[in-house]
Design a protein around this ligand. Structure first.
Ligand code: ATP
Length: 250
């Protein structure tokens, strides 16, 4: 269970003498169960990626706590191997000098969970096949892959340590529409296999409707509304309805 409890976050306003701060997240609270996909939808600048970075423990909240199975994500031992991420910019997400094998196995080696040897090799083949790539990809470099293939490698890397929670920040947005569908399908299958918790940050309401169980609608850093995906068309708040009307094209 991922628990976000009364989280506030602000950043310095900038400017030499300003000393002020811009509030980006205000009193954000929600829970996300094991195996659940929670969509985060909101206008640009509403604080979605900031929330993602806080869940990943990359930044600290000013107030409030974020915990996984009751333990704070600020503790690197809690995060390691249990929380991972897939970002929009897949090109800069993996080291261009790493082969597919090195990129996927790096988190496992850092975690030192799996010693080198046959088990590594088997694990790699399983991971590759789970994201729809065959073992001939092992020795290829990122520049030898399509965007969809690189993003599949990023997903294999993200699941390599069998995490509980993955933050997917616009993870399919840079891909062609047909490739988006394939990658979404892979993500949905993996969620079922590993009972993964997904935080699915997106502008793409169709993708959210396909993969999410619930959706949080953000407005200027606050939760405007939280609805099960089946009730997306019947949100109560006027703001959420307008935002969704703007995004829904199906
Ligand atoms: N490190 C930072 N320092 C200062 N301001 C920041 C920082 N990170 C984010 N912000 C500000 O916080 C606000 C929220 O940004 P964030 O990236 O979380 O929004 P978002 O909802 O993910 O937007 P988008 O959909 O465009 O990606 C923005 O106004 C942004 O400029």
């Amino acid at each position: 269970m991922l628990n976000v409890d009364h989280v506030h976050k602000s950043y310095p306003l900038g400017g030499l003498f300003s000393g002020g701060r811009k509030s980006v997240l205000h009193d954000v609270s929600f829970e996300c169960s094991r195996g659940e996909c929670l969509g985060i939808i909101g206008e640009s600048g509403s604080g979605k990626s900031t929330l993602g970075r806080l869940i990943l423990g990359m930044e600290r909240p000013d107030q409030g706590t974020i915990s996984l199975e009751g333990k704070s994500v600020l503790n690197s031992k809690v995060r390691r191997g249990r929380i991972s991420a897939v970002f929009q910019d897949y090109k800069s997400s993996i080291n261009p000098f790493f082969t597919v094998e090195e990129a996927i196995m790096e988190p496992l080696r850092l975690q030192k969970k799996n010693p080198e040897g046959n088990s590594d090799s088997l694990k790699l083949d399983v991971l590759l096949s789970q994201v729809g790539l065959d073992s001939s990809y092992r020795t290829r470099y990122p520049h030898e892959l399509s965007g969809g293939e690189v993003q599949r490698v990023c997903i294999a890397r993200a699941i390599s340590t069998e995490p509980q929670c993955i933050v997917l920040d616009e993870a399919i947005s840079s891909l062609d529409v047909s490739v988006q569908t394939q990658v979404l399908h892979v993500l949905k299958e993996l969620k079922e296999i590993y009972q993964l918790t997904y935080i699915f940050i997106t502008h793409d309401i169709q993708a959210a409707a396909y993969i999410c169980d619930r959706v949080v609608i953000f407005r200027e850093g606050r939760i405007e509304e939280m609805v099960p995906i089946q009730q997306l068309r019947t949100v109560k708040s006027e703001y959420a309805r307008k935002l969704l009307d703007h995004l829904i094209t199906f």
